[in-house]
Design a binder for this molecule. Structure first.
Ligand code: ZN
Length: 256
């Protein structure tokens, strides 16, 4: 049997300098926004994906408020500090993005990136106030690895609310914000974006299946095994790569 690598992040690219790593992270983030737009996840001014800065660990990169996801280039991203001030780039930060993501990045030092939007199937599912069931192989990525924030009290403008969301998320890869939508987290931008894409489609699949008839869930043992097979940080990261290649070939200006 092959030995497990000592470095838990062996699958992530290595960089000669922090500047290179920052550019890489920003390009992945820009690709994430283009994909969110392509998948129709954008709803007006809502939605944010954040990436922790590789050097200033309490700062994160995010989209400037009001810019269409479809136009966003790596160079358009803004850097926000732990007080919510924009310290690099042009534009302002969505208050909800700061309130939620600053608390989440603080509570989870392992989380490099987090994604949230108001995509249709995620928000429809969130209104049921239930966790997703292991109905399909893909759904098993979330088995015993997602949480429910079982509350809704208006737009999240307060960091105390963001803190409560971070507590609900715990050690999981995702949280369903009741009556609001989905939020996913990862050890790379790639992973956080992939979990979002596949979680949205998992919500769609369960809504379709339950509308059509009585579902047959996968057994807890098999769901756990499948989660370990397809729900790891490595597989989450790898699953994003075809999407990245596709969007960069179609829209190479996102790298600028
Ligand atoms: Zn929201």
């Amino acid at each position: 049997m092959a030995e497990l690598p000592n470095d838990p992040h062996w699958y992530l690219p290595k960089f000669a300098s922090v500047e290179e790593e920052r550019l890489h992270r920003k390009q992945r983030l820009a690709a994430g926004f283009r994909l969110f737009s392509k998948f129709g996840f954008e709803e007006g001014l809502a939605g944010h994906i954040t990436a922790r800065d590789p050097q200033r660990l309490d700062h994160f990169w995010v989209n400037p408020f009001g810019m269409p996801f479809a136009h966003l280039r790596a160079g358009d991203l803004i850097l926000v500090n732990h007080d919510g001030d924009v310290v690099e780039g042009e534009g302002s930060v969505n208050r909800a993005a700061f309130a939620i993501h600053s608390q989440l990045h603080q509570a989870r030092p392992d989380v490099i990136a987090a994604a949230h939007s108001h995509s249709v199937y995620g928000k429809a599912w969130s209104s049921l106030g239930r966790l997703l069931d292991p109905l399909t192989q893909d759904a098993c990525a979330f088995y015993e690895d997602h949480a429910l924030f079982d509350d809704y009290t208006g737009v999240v403008f307060d960091t105390s609310e963001g803190k409560r969301i971070a507590v609900a998320l715990g050690d999981a890869k995702a949280v369903i914000l009741r009556n609001h939508g989905l939020l996913t987290a990862g050890h790379s931008v790639d992973e956080a974006v992939w979990w979002y894409v596949t979680m949205e489609r998992t919500c769609q699949a369960q809504l379709l299946a339950e509308a059509a008839g009585t579902t047959v869930p996968i057994s807890p043992e098999s769901a756990r095994l499948t989660r370990n097979q397809i729900g790891s940080h490595v597989v989450g990261h790898m699953s994003f790569q075809p999407l990245y290649q596709r969007i960069v070939r179609e829209q190479p200006d996102l790298l600028n």
